[in-house]
Design a binder for this molecule. Structure first.
Ligand SMILES: [Zn+2]
Length: 59
């Protein structure tokens, strides 16, 4: 059976676990109305995505 040659340092293990840590979603501002929007998602307030109307939003 394959066995690690050296003990993994605490730093190494922690670096790996840090990759699985929860991070707040990155928000960008809408090009059309300026509200905060999730990336790769149409704006829920104006319905625009990449400068184009893709949703009909009730006023
Ligand atoms: Zn918008």
């Amino acid at each position: 059976m394959g066995v690690p040659k050296r003990k993994q340092s605490k730093s190494r293990s922690r670096i790996r676990r840090a990759a699985n840590a929860w991070r707040a979603p990155q928000l960008s501002s809408c090009q059309q109305c300026g509200s905060r929007v999730l990336g790769h998602v149409a704006c829920p307030s104006c319905g625009y995505y990449r400068g184009r109307q893709v949703l009909t939003v009730e006023a």
